[in-house]
Design a protein. Structure first.
Length: 553
């Protein structure tokens, strides 16, 4: 066991050294930073003031963006149900099907939505929203089905086994014994994925998908006078994300009876607005309060009316999204679907060598590690002071919680687009943008993990007269270190996935090759090769993270 811990420390130190090396490889120097600031100041002086499209055009762009995201998330939500069913250990019909389901989950998570949109655009009419709908849908299947499968495995097996004992089929076991238990989890996961998809919809504009992202792309291409319009649209995207986060949090609180606990701006607004009002609890009628006849007829209680209202509202949004997006399956070039799918197999290198692709993957990994290191430095400070058991007082904790919300609130890919176009720093700007968003994510995870450490050692040190710093270094830090390592590696994993699409907005690395290969059908074999390389690197990182969590547990 001691050898394992020593080996774990060596691996952690090696990863830190690689992160520092990656940061130096990106050539972060004061001269570059100062020159980029001078360049940014020049651009700000030349560009027009921040502006917005005409009101009617803006409403159309918002409706189109929301419609594409709603339909894409709905596609993923529906498909995730059978995928999760075969993926969960307690519901899968066969062991090999469980591996099929888990493989589908992993592969769809590894496929960047922007690459899917670029590939789908070859089989759809120009301007069709379907590439965006399908790209969001396929990419989202991975996250929704994984979390849904985990919820199924953690559900109570009693109702399912009772239905089986009564002679029920597998379908009856699932829909009557399992699904009602995990339905709240499924809805919450779908809403969370919707938030993520909306934040990422801006980048789909760079794949030709209509909406706010495409309008922002056209504005930023008009250098420098269009930058004011581009910044205005970026602000609209941010405000839209916050508004729909509030709606999502309200649904979770009202429909599911769950008080929002996240650190997103939407969750914080809902918590503050409903302060002092507990989330609604669903209670069954007590003895003598309802007759058997009333229970069989399910009287229209206030709770049932509220639930029906939310369901009808959701259906209205879905139908509205369909018509607003103007979805037409006639846009699909059906004669190109099969050839396009076949073009992705077998994997090949084209005119490139494996060394070129390997070097590009290394650049992407370096950007991910450099961004994670920058995030870690600031997250340790902000996240620690946002933890209840570390912050000196309540106002300090609340202030740093707000700081983390601000960092998390700005879509990092929108920030990357702006930084690359203004400063021209390429991967450096990408790393800074990823680090900016990473501070909010990692800081939140650090704050939560530090608050969850056992309080015994901290109290013992306090009773012995230890200072706040000594208590932090000897109890809080040491107990929270395993979670810190795991969360940092999770951030690197997230950064690798995000860094792969920086090529579409001016970065290099593997995203540059992915973008180029995705737009030409004859090069789709290269897309498969590159995606498999990213998948292997992500799986290797997940394996290291799992091993380190076990070692330092």
């Amino acid at each position: 066991m001691q050898i394992e811990k020593i080996s774990g420390l060596v691996v952690v130190l090696a990863l830190l050294v690689f992160a520092v090396h990656s940061l130096t490889r990106l050539d972060f120097t004061w001269d570059n930073i100062l020159s980029s600031l001078d360049n940014a100041a020049t651009v700000f002086e030349k560009m027009d003031p921040i502006s917005l499209p005409a009101f009617g055009d803006l409403m159309y762009l918002i409706g189109l963006t929301v419609g594409i995201v709603v339909l894409g998330t709905l596609v993923a939500a529906i498909i995730s149900v059978p995928v999760a069913w075969i993926s969960a250990d307690n519901t899968t019909p066969a062991g090999w099907l469980r591996w099929v389901g888990r493989t589908i989950s992993v592969l769809t998570r590894a496929l960047p939505d922007v690459v899917l949109a670029l590939a789908f655009s070859l089989t759809f009419a120009l301007g069709s929203p379907l590439p965006g709908v399908f790209a969001i849908g396929i990419h989202s299947i991975g996250m929704i089905s994984k979390l849904f499968a985990d919820a199924i495995e953690q559900s109570d097996n009693g109702p399912r086994l009772a239905i089986r004992a009564a002679g029920g089929s597998r379908a009856q076991e699932f829909w009557s014994g399992v699904f009602p238990q995990v339905l709240p989890s499924w809805i919450a996961t779908v809403l969370h994925r919707f938030d993520i998809n909306l934040r990422g919809s801006a980048i789909l504009g760079y794949a030709g998908v209509g909406g706010l992202g495409y309008a922002m792309r056209l504005a930023f291409q008009d250098f420098p006078t269009g930058y004011g319009r581009g910044l205005g649209i970026a602000i609209v995207i941010f405000v839209l994300c916050v508004v729909l986060e509030v709606v999502s949090s309200t649904i979770r609180r009202t429909l599911l009876g769950v008080q929002p606990t996240g650190l997103s701006l939407g969750d914080r607004i809902v918590r503050r607005a409903t302060k002092g009002r507990p989330a609604r609890e669903k209670t069954a009628p007590g003895p003598g309060k309802s007759t058997v006849d009333e229970m069989m007829r399910r009287p229209w209680t206030r709770e049932r009316v509220s639930n029906l209202a939310w369901v009808l509202a959701a259906l209205a949004v879905i139908v509205g999204s369909w018509f607003w997006s103007d979805v037409k399956f006639d846009d699909i070039a059906w004669n190109q679907v099969v050839p396009t799918l076949q073009s992705f197999w077998p994997p090949d290198l084209g005119s490139h060598s494996f060394g070129e692709f390997g070097q590009a993957l290394l650049v992407t990994v370096e950007v991910a590690f450099a961004a994670a290191l920058l995030s870690l430095v600031f997250s340790l400070i902000f996240g620690s002071l946002a933890a209840r058991n570390v912050a000196p007082n309540g106002p300090t904790r609340n202030a740093f919680r707000v700081v983390l919300v601000i960092f998390r609130g700005v879509p990092e890919l929108v920030l990357a687009i702006f930084l690359i176009m203004v400063t021209g720093l390429g991967n450096q700007a990408g790393a800074i943008a990823l680090a900016f968003g990473g501070i909010g994510l990692l800081g939140k995870l650090i704050a939560d993990s530090f608050e969850e450490v056992p309080a015994g050692p901290e109290r013992a040190l306090t009773a012995a007269g230890a200072t706040r710093a000594q208590r932090y270094a000897s109890a809080t830090w040491t107990q929270g270190l395993p979670a810190l390592i795991s969360n940092s590696l999770y951030l690197v994993d997230t950064n690798i996935r995000a860094a792969t699409i920086l090529g579409i907005v001016g970065g290099s690395g593997i995203g540059f090759y992915l973008t180029n290969a995705s737009t030409v059908q004859d090069l789709h074999g290269q897309v498969t090769t590159l995606v498999l390389m990213v998948l292997v690197s992500v799986l290797a990182l997940e394996g290291i993270s799992t091993w380190l969590r076990r070692v330092f547990r």
